[in-house]
Design a protein around this ligand. Structure first.
Ligand SMILES: Cc1cc2nc3c(=O)[nH]c(=O)nc-3n(C[C@H](O)[C@H](O)[C@H](O)COP(=O)(O)OP(=O)(O)OC[C@H]3O[C@@H](n4cnc5c(N)ncnc54)[C@H](O)[C@@H]3O)c2cc1C
Length: 298
């Protein structure tokens, strides 16, 4: 499938990867970076003339970063799934999402950078990273820039990368205030366990000591051209007591914000309805993780 390739580079630094990509591009060829290859190889694009392999570039790490975490673009799904540190961070929402992506073989090869750069509407790391307010670091011709993840996706398989290299993902979500609580959750619906999502959803909620929502993120995948932050659903919850009625209202609003398509996996109507169900489950699980059973209002 890559029989038209004229060059395959294996750089060992970010700078060399960018230089090689740029010089090949100037020479007039179409090319790509390749990480685990689990999306790129399946797509089998025969118009590609060069590949820049990232497996020797030292971007495979998960590091503590102040109040949050920096995750190198070459960290695999299996790295995230197995990371004890990430399991203990934000209710393990990132590790949980990574654990649902494909089979063990796919998770051993597929990377967080590839998952985001491929920009599938159904990617499993998009929604939890949106719910964690992630920022991506992109290296390009003009140096490095930071882009909030909710401005990274531009459409189906389209991002702001423009030949840039996704270097790392930074997550620094808010903590719980004094007397308050914070929780995150991810839910996925697929035909089989290892399948691409029919719909996936993640939520993050911070409540203050009076039980009102003071920070909320609701994100849905496979229900619009890009992973979607349901901002109007977030607005429904903000400032309001975090209770059953609020969860139901926010989930209904989130479903109304989706723009799903019908395809081999599901109809648009089913996706919209499942968006409501998964958002409700994710918010409900956040409440459970906060210990809602002790709340009189629930
Ligand atoms: C059988 C199967 C099951 C799957 N199941 C799931 C699933 O359940 N959930 C899910 O989310 N995904 C799934 N996938 C998709 C895929 O495994 C993931 O999206 C994976 O994370 C892609 O990472 P990769 O390293 O393999 O990317 P690659 O295939 O190497 O690259 C994908 C794209 O990203 C670009 N790219 C990669 N890294 C960078 C970088 N650092 N900077 C700039 N551009 C970059 C490449 O140029 C390419 O365009 C599945 C795939 C297969 C084949």
């Amino acid at each position: 499938m890559f029989d038209q390739l004229r060059a395959f580079h294996r750089p060992t630094t970010v700078a060399a990867a960018l230089r090689l990509f740029e010089s090949e591009r100037r020479a007039g060829g179409r090319g790509r970076f390749v990480a685990g290859g689990t999306d790129l190889v399946v797509q089998g694009d025969r118009s590609l003339r060069f590949l820049v392999d990232l497996t020797r570039v030292p971007l495979r790490y998960v590091k503590r970063h102040g109040a949050g975490w920096s995750i190198g673009a070459m960290a695999t799904m299996a790295d995230l799934e197995r990371s004890v540190a990430l399991r203990g961070f934000a209710d393990g929402v990132l590790a949980d999402a990574a654990a649902t992506a494909g089979s063990p073989q796919i998770r051993n090869a597929g990377t967080i950078g590839g998952n985001l750069a491929n920009a599938s509407p159904a990617c499993d790391l998009g929604p939890p990273l949106l719910a964690l307010d992630a920022t991506v670091v992109i290296a390009g011709r003009g140096g490095r820039r930071r882009v909030p993840l909710d401005r990274f996706f531009r459409g189906v398989h389209r991002t702001v990368l423009d030949g840039g290299l996704l270097v790392e993902i930074v997550v620094t979500p808010p903590g719980a205030p004094a007397g308050g609580r914070a929780a995150w959750s991810f839910h996925k619906l697929g035909r089989l366990e290892s399948d691409i999502a029919v719909v996936n959803a993640a939520a993050g909620v911070v409540v203050s000591s009076d039980g009102r929502c003071r920070w909320v993120r609701v994100a849905i995948g496979a229900a619009a051209p890009t992973p979607l932050r349901a901002r109007r659903a977030e607005a429904v919850l903000m400032g309001r007591p975090f209770d059953r009625e609020a969860v139901a209202a926010a989930a209904a609003q989130a479903a109304a914000e989706t723009r799903p398509v019908s395809d081999v996996r599901a109809t648009a109507d089913y996706r919209r309805e499942m968006s409501r169900v998964l958002v409700a489950r994710a918010l409900d699980e956040c409440a459970e993780r906060m210990g809602r059973d002790a709340w009189a209002s629930w």
